[in-house]
Design a protein around this ligand. Structure first.
Ligand code: AMP
Length: 285
C-alpha cells in the first residue's frame, strides 16, 4: 500500500491510472477505523482496479464548539488495517495543503441540508460537500462509497454530484452495527460503559418504531413519542432531534404511507450520536 500525502502527487498518479484505463474507487474517511469503515473498503475492493482511501479530519465541517481537536486519531493503526484489507493507496493530505492561507471557496447544497443535522450543525454539510468535491478533484475516482449511517450526508453528496454533473458514481453502504445494535462510530470511544448502555436506546428505538408500523401504527406523532420514551432523555442523555421525513425530499411526514426516514441525533455524555432507519409498511402478500 502506498501512502500519498501530496495533492499534486495524488493527482498525477490518478491521471496516469486513468490514462491506462484503470477504474479508481475512493472511500473518503476521517480515520480512526472501525468495522464500518473497513466494510466500505471491502464492499468496493473488487469494484475497481485501484482502491484509494482518504484519511482527513476535515476542519471545515466542525463547528467552533465541536470536537475537532479531540476527534480520535490513530494513523498508524488505520494504515495497518487498510493494508490488511487490501487498499492500494492511502491519501493522507495535510490540513495546511487542503486549506492554505487565503482559502475561501465552498460548495453548498441548499435545500436538503436545512433540516436534521444541518439545523443543529449549521456549517457541517457545507464543509462535507466542499471536502468531498476537493477529494474528487484530487483523486479523480470513477466511484466513491459512503455509509447510510450518515443518511443525510449520502443524500447531500448524491445531490451535489447530480446538480454539478460530476462524473462519479456514488454508492451507499448499509449501517454496520455492534452485536448489540449500536451503530459503529469513531465517536463511540467517548462513551463510558454506562453511557454505552444508554446509547443502545438509539438502535432499540428504531426497531421499536418499525414494530409499531408493523402493527399498523401510521401516526408520526405516536411513533415519535415512543422513540423519545425509549431514548430516555435525562442525565447523560439529551435528544438533539428525532424526526420522520421523506427519504428523498427530507420533507416532514405526519402519516406513514410509504418508506419513511426515521432519523435520530442524541447526545450521550460528550458524544453526539446519530442513527437512522427507513420505516417500511409491511406488504400484504
Ligand atoms: P467518517 O470517518 O466517520 O467520516 O466515516 C467515513 C465513511 O464511513 C462515511 O461514508 C460514513 O458514512 C461511513 N461510516 C461510518 N460509520 C459507519 C457505519 N457504522 N456503518 C456504515 N458506514 C459507516
Amino acid at each position: 500500500m502506498r501512502i500519498i500525502e501530496s495533492i499534486s502527487e495524488m493527482q498525477q498518479q490518478s491521471e496516469t491510472w486513468r490514462r491506462e484505463g484503470k477504474r479508481i474507487v475512493l472511500v473518503p474517511t476521517m480515520g480512526f477505523f472501525h468495522e464500518g469503515h473497513l466494510s466500505l473498503m471491502r464492499a468496493v475492493r473488487n469494484q475497481g482496479d485501484i482502491l484509494v482511501i482518504s484519511i482527513f479530519v476535515n476542519p471545515t465541517q466542525f463547528g467552533p464548539s465541536e470536537d475537532f481537536e479531540r476527534y480520535p486519531r490513530d494513523l498508524e493503526r488505520d494504515l495497518r488495517l487498510a493494508r490488511e484489507v487490501g487498499v492500494d493507496v492511502a491519501f493522507v493530505p495535510a490540513t495546511s495543503e487542503m486549506y492554505p492561507e487565503g482559502y475561501q471557496t465552498f460548495v453548498e447544497v441548499t435545500e436538503i441540508t436545512r433540516s436534521l443535522c444541518g439545523k443543529s450543525r449549521p456549517n457541517f454539510f457545507r464543509g462535507v460537500t466542499t471536502v468531498v468535491l476537493k477529494l474528487f478533484l484530487i483523486v479523480k475516482p470513477h466511484a466513491a462509497i459512503f455509509g447510510e449511517k450518515d443518511f443525510q450526508q449520502l443524500a447531500t453528496i448524491r445531490r451535489m454530484v447530480q446538480d454539478l454533473n460530476m462524473d462519479v458514481e456514488i454508492l451507499g453502504h448499509p449501517t454496520v452495527r455492534e452485536g448489540d445494535g449500536l451503530a459503529m462510530s469513531s465517536r463511540n470511544t467517548y462513551l463510558s460503559p454506562e453511557q454505552r448502555l444508554k446509547a443502545l436506546g438509539l438502535s432499540r428505538s428504531l426497531q421499536e418504531a418499525q414494530t409499531l408500523v408493523d402493527r399498523g401504527e401510521r401516526h408520526a406523532a405516536m411513533i415519535l413519542d415512543r422513540v423519545r420514551e425509549t431514548l430516555g432523555e435525562g442525565g447523560d442523555v439529551r435528544i438533539d432531534y428525532v424526526e420522520l421525513r421523506n427519504p428523498l425530499t427530507f420533507e416532514e411526514v405526519s402519516e406513514i404511507n410509504g418508506p419513511t426516514l426515521l432519523a435520530l441525533a442524541v447526545f450521550v455524555g460528550a458524544a453526539r450520536l446519530i442513527d437512522n432507519c427507513i420505516l417500511r409498511i409491511p406488504s400484504h402478500d
